[in-house]
Design a protein around this ligand. Sequence first.
Ligand code: URA
Length: 422
Amino acid sequence: MDAISVIRTKRDRGELSDEQIDWVIDAYTRGEVADEQMSALAMAILLNGMNRREIARWTAAMIASGERMDFSSLSRPTADKHSTGGVGDKITLPLAPLVAACGAAVPQLSGRGLGHTGGTLDKLESIPGWRALLSNEEMLHVLDTTGAVVCAAGDGLAPADKKLYALRDVTGTVEAIPLIASSIMSKKIAEGTGSLVLDVKVGSGAFMKTIEDARELASTMVGLGTDHGVKTVALLTDMSAPLGLTAGNALEVRESVEVLAGGGPADVVELTLALAREMLAAAGLTDVDPAKALADGSAMDVWRRMITAQGGDPDAPLPTSREQHVITAPSSGVLTRLDAYDIGVAAWRLGAGRARKEDPVQAAAGVEMHAKPGETVQEGQPLLTLHTDTPERFEYAIQAVEGSYDIAAPGTEYAASPVVRE
Ligand code: URA
């Protein structure tokens, strides 16, 4: 077998055989297939697609590239969730401790920012002392003692995805349904969770721009999970506007703590509770009410234990930006659009994300929003505050947000997109 014949098969719109898939994933993991060959194959897959058999085999080969974890020693049922990526999507932060407070064990292997989308690990690393890298034993210990753990996947788990994910990020091959589905599901199946809730984002700030593509991605992932014995459900949720009022690492931690304290923006609270209910139902815990665990402080207690168990100080002040730039509303009226992609790009350019995978991120950089779509704004009021430690970044970020919003005449109707269960 050789890489060129595998690339040619997909380039010429052929179906990859089981043997071709098994070989190419294994050879790429071992370094026998070069990055340039895998990137050519990823582009051929993005352009010509894969059928369900190919996706299932590709996912199985990625799982087999590394180890599998086993949570069967835990006394609680396991429940996990994964978002396909968005702007201001800080939901994991309040959700993991909330679901743990309701009786499930939440093993949340998370990622770093990809392109204009934020990453859960980058956000949590803005908490002084907090560590994303845990050994498998440490991960099990935190999970067992606090009920929830949010950490990076260990090197041994789906190593083929680790290499391919970094390659796709820099070769324009992220937005392919077979590659996204196999990337997410290989990690989740190898992780060993009993149940999984997928938050499939749709809209300008998501990788899936249309509801049809989001449905296709959701049904592909639910099929893969179910075939591997993981109880899997998917919600389709709106990502045409950012979630909440912040996009950026420390800014989003602050907003998540507000949610855990019983406040926070309504859309973040609504989605956190919707996903919590799905996770608890999937784990067989149907007689608990997550709204109660948010109100009575028990979710906050788990958050504090979880952060402390990973070296973080939940009481330490979060970093704040050295420089801010305020953008004001040019007219009075109803904010009818605040584009998630543009805000994500601005946060990224301010330093919240990376241009190259080895770049550091700025903990305090990002965008604070002062109004949500549907709200009335007055001419001259602050609309957005841009945060960075490096003010030379403002110019580029201001360009990104210039066309990011529409303000319509006072009284204009606005309907938010509902959460859809698949
Ligand atoms: N999240 C992942 O883990 N993989 C992708 O390809 C996209 C989002």
